[in-house]
Design a protein around this ligand. Structure first.
Ligand SMILES: [Zn+2]
Length: 198
């Protein structure tokens, strides 16, 4: 069977479904649970250090994850008569037999929607990932600082902390944007070690 625009659209839908529900690799190359599984888990994450009744940033994050999951459940529940999980419903649609040739645009649109869900999930999960750099800060020459953890205990941690958005020194508050990361890495002459901070 030759490839048709519908086949291409189905393949795109299939890759979007994999992106959302398939296992994924983190920056260190280790396999982790799917975006979907991590987002469902994030709904139930305990906000750290929050007092009862206080609306913490953790609680806001939980709500964002909840909105995301609810939206996907709602949209997918209207796609077919199937009453099942979003993954099963979407997978049932990733076949040429599920569509007519005139529905190519609809498949393309659905693939775009699923990709956008995956992208939002990736963005949500990304800020939780922090790289601790085991090197002295080029500005203040400090390597480690003490910071209270979620239990209020003072813990030793690397002064240089890198996220997708920036690198900051917890000691002197110097900041570097991603376009300076390569230069910074060269100055430091080291490989960052990844740690997860929930
Ligand atoms: Zn510094």
């Amino acid at each position: 069977m030759t490839d048709t625009p519908l086949h291409d659209a189905i393949a795109d839908l299939d890759s979007a479904i994999q992106r959302l529900f398939g296992p994924r690799q983190d920056t260190s190359g280790a396999w982790t649970a799917s975006i979907w599984a991590q987002m469902v888990e994030a709904i139930h994450d305990k906000p750290s250090g929050g007092n009862r009744g206080v609306f913490t940033t953790g609680a806001v994050a939980n709500l964002t994850a909840l909105d995301w999951v609810r939206e996907i459940e709602m949209v997918t529940s209207h796609l077919t008569k199937l009453r099942d999980t979003p993954q099963i419903i979407l997978e049932s649609l990733a076949h040429v037999q599920a569509w007519g040739p005139e529905q190519t645009d609809q498949v393309t649109q659905l693939a775009g929607t699923v990709h956008s869900w995956a992208r939002r999930g990736e963005e949500y999960l990304a800020p939780h990932s922090v790289l601790e750099v085991a090197a002295n800060c080029p500005e203040c020459d400090v390597r480690t600082v003490y910071r209270p953890n979620q239990y209020g205990e003072n813990c030793k941690t690397a002064a240089l902390q890198v996220t997708a958005e920036q690198c900051v020194c917890l000691n002197c508050k110097s900041e570097w944007s991603p376009e300076h990361f390569e230069l910074l890495a060269a100055v430091l002459g080291c490989d960052p070690v990844e740690t997860k901070i929930a």
